[in-house]
Design a protein around this ligand. Structure first.
Ligand code: GTP
Ligand code: MG
Length: 288
């Protein structure tokens, strides 16, 4: 099943909460997620594959075009589409237009979740709920807080009840389809999203180049690939302060992926002009 919605509506937060482990990075900035990220949950004899997708956003960059293509490839073939609506958003026209555009998808169940009810006003929640009520092709509506976990059990129960017979795609214990190199790159990219601002986070990608795993420690070599020389300076920071901070925040998250082994993170910053238009770099950044 695909989780779709506008950028920043809480899709990745939801998938992490459902799985009980952080598989998809989260930030207060729009367009954090770039790929279709599979989170797998096996409950008794049912396996649900949740696909987190890049959020819709109206910028005209090349990356944005790729992100929309990625999201579409996830929901177009899904048996269930869960549309997340941000109750804190001032304008939900786009997401309702999207909902109406999938009305004719007769092959799949369409359900909706109004997210961030922990912070939203009653008026906003009820306004969205009433707009959803007018759309009878939306089979169920949930009010949730992806951050706090409110309403998530009911949502999961509903998904289990809608599941169809078929073979499992993944091993019972597997929780994601993502290779470790990608998960490590995403951890670093998340820290760049948290620490740096304006257009910079959108103009970088992170590539895990080497992972050396020993008995009690792991050495990870990564490149942060930027497109402009001044971005490289900002990422490094004065006296390397910024890159040190990125490492300081990333290493503990990486440690969890290696059963608590000590992490040495070696980060380098490279410049590749217009990387988002070059095939090789799009492949390295898992975008193509
Ligand atoms: N108050 C509140 N904040 C939330 C909730 N869910 C998510 N957030 C916050 O909303 C912001 C965006 O969350 P993400 O999970 O990254 O959103 P997303 O939909 O995956 O965003 P993109 O990847 O950019 O499409 C973060 O700051 C989250 O902490 C919620 O239930 N309540
Ligand atoms: Mg996301």
């Amino acid at each position: 099943m695909a989780i779709v919605g506008e950028a920043n509506s809480g899709k990745s937060t939801l998938i992490n909460n459902i799985l009980g482990e952080k598989i998809s990075i989260v930030s207060p900035k729009a367009q954090t997620t770039r790929n279709n990220i599979h989170g797998i949950k096996s409950i008794n004899d049912t396996q649900i594959v949740f696909v987190d997708t890049p959020g819709f956003c109206k910028t005209k960059s090349n990356i944005n075009r790729i992100l929309h293509k990625n999201a579409k490839s996830a929901y177009i073939d899904s048996d269930t589409i869960l549309v997340i609506i941000d109750a804190l958003s001032r304008n939900n026209t786009n997401i309702f237009n999207f909902l109406d555009s999938i009305k004719a998808f007769e092959h799949c169940n369409i359900i909706a979740a109004i997210n961030k009810v922990d912070c939203a006003t009653k008026e906003s929640i009820l306004g969205i709920a009433s707009n959803l009520k007018d759309r009878n092709f939306v089979k169920h509506t949930f009010m949730i807080s992806a951050k706090r976990g409110d309403g998530i059990n009911d949502l999961e129960k509903c998904l289990v009840s809608m599941s169809r017979d078929g073979t499992w795609y993944y091993d019972e214990k597997q929780i994601t389809n993502l290779p470790i190199s990608f998960r490590l790159a995403e951890i670093t990219r998340e820290k760049v999203f948290l620490l740096l601002h304006q257009e910079l986070p959108y103009n970088i990608y992170v590539e895990t180049e080497v992972i050396q795993e020993f008995k009690s420690k792991v050495i990870i070599h990564q490149a942060i690939v930027a497109s402009k020389p001044n971005h490289k300076m900002i990422i490094i920071g004065s006296g390397s302060s910024m890159i040190k901070e990125i490492k300081r925040l990333a290493a503990p998250d990486m440690k969890k992926l290696f059963g608590g082994k000590n992490i040495t993170l070696k980060l380098f910053v490279k410049i590749e002009k217009n990387w988002d238009t070059k095939k090789e770099h799009l492949r390295n950044s898992y975008l193509a």
